[in-house]
Ligand binder design. Structure first.
Ligand SMILES: *Cc1c(COP(=O)(O)O)cnc(C)c1O
Length: 389
């Protein structure tokens, strides 16, 4: 979707002409007579500020309807509520940790079976499905090793058994990838990340392809009630105004950072789908509109937590924090942070080495980010030499 279209999909206020979207901070709406209203009756069911966000997100993802939730996990939870006892999910094996927790520790207890497979090879998906499979759940690219799955191929498999394909599109953003156009049925986002884009809110979004699915999600949204408040809807809309500009700059910075890391003597592996050496580069190139995202992960030659610790505490512009996608660059050490709850064995199997570091590139100047990383490498080296003496 072009920048022009995105910006002009955000309406001005029809009532007053206000160019920015008003924050309708209200719980209820006056009715002329019972059931006679202006399209809004209670703010859990609907709110005019939320409606603008939901409509804009539906357009961003080329879907039928959008739905805004209090967090990304609340959005995921709403989709899982389409299932019932005995249903099965086939899911990407290095799924977001919070989604893993919800799937395994909440839904499995309720009788939903989850089958985790490496979805970068569609054959693994085809082998894992059964007549009970109702959802195929992928992320592309994944966190933190940026594996890319072929959405079109997996959509065909889902269609063949009448299951829904759900794509967590948080990392690619709708700027790089529109999964519904590639055959997916539902897209979810952690709006906390690129869509919000300023590290100032948590939010979740669902976009559905068909009126039938929209009705189902709308029912769950109203029934369970995990909606996004009007002020955070306003901030998310404001974030979307610059989404294209931010995301492209972040991709550019990530490209420059990845090129720097590949040539650095202290670096072992670099994970970035834009590199021709990345396992899934070809499919990423085809599927992601020439944009490879703003996240770069890498491991150190000295593959220890201590070396990684020294690195992540030696940067200036890259701030040590969970989350990603904001205008300020962040870095984290997944084994001790986002993936601390995953046992070491499982982490190593998923390619998450002890020294793996994840960078979320912001919109600073690429030269400054590279200088920052250079200084951190130098700091690690100095400290390590000192320690060894
Ligand atoms: C952060 C994240 C989520 C969860 O979103 P919250 O807003 O933190 O609840 C889900 N999927 C991915 C890929 C994420 O990065």
């Amino acid at each position: 979707m072009s920048a022009t279209k995105i910006i002009h999909s955000i309406p001005s206020d029809p009532l007053t002409g206000a160019i920015s979207v008003p924050v309708y901070q209200t719980s209820t709406f006056i009715q002329e007579a019972p059931g006679v209203n202006k399209g809004f009756d209670y703010a859990r069911s609907n709110n005019p500020t939320r409606k603008v966000l939901e409509d804009v997100v539906a357009q961003l993802e080329a879907g039928h309807s959008g739905f805004a939730f209090s967090t990304g996990l609340a959005a995921i939870d709403a989709v899982l509520k389409l299932l019932t006892h005995g249903d099965e999910i086939v899911a990407v094996d290095d799924i977001y940790g919070g989604a893993y927790r919800l799937f395994t520790h909440v839904y499995e207890k309720l009788g939903v079976k989850i089958n985790y497979v490496d979805t970068t090879n569609p054959d693994n998906v085809a082998n894992a499905i059964s007549s009970k499979t109702k959802l195929i759940w992928i992320e592309s690219p994944t966190n933190p090793t940026l594996k890319v799955s072929d959405i079109q191929e997996i959509a065909k498999i889902a269609k063949s058994i009448g299951a829904y394909l759900v794509v967590d599109n948080t990392f690619a953003s709708p700027i790089a990838q529109q999964p519904l156009k590639l055959g997916a049925d539902i897209v979810i986002h952690s709006g906390t990340k690129y869509i919000g884009g300023h590290s100032d809110l948590v939010a979740g979004l669902v976009v559905t392809k068909t009126p039938e699915l929209s009705e189902k999600i709308k029912f769950v949204q109203n029934a369970s009630g995990g909606v996004l408040g009007p002020w955070d809807c306003f901030l998310t809309i404001r974030g979307i105004e610059t989404l294209e500009l931010r995301y492209k700059k972040q991709c550019e910075n990530a490209f420059a950072v990845a090129a720097f890391l590949v040539n650095h003597p202290a670096v072992q592996d670099v994970y970035f789908p834009g590199l021709v050496t990345h396992k899934n580069h070809e499919i990423a190139k085809r599927q992601q509109n020439g944009l490879f995202g703003g996240i770069v992960s890498f491991s150190l030659k000295e593959d220890t937590q201590e070396a990684a610790n020294q690195f992540v505490t030696s940067t200036n512009y890259f701030k040590l924090a969970e989350s990603l996608g904001g205008v300020k660059s962040l870095l984290c050490h997944p084994p001790q942070m986002t993936h601390a709850s995953v046992p070491r064995e499982r982490r190593l199997q998923a390619g998450i080495k002890d020294s793996l570091i994840r960078l979320s590139c912001g919109i600073e100047d690429a030269e400054d980010l590279i200088t920052d990383l250079s200084k951190a490498f130098a700091a690690v080296k100095t400290t390590r030499n000192y320690v060894k003496q």
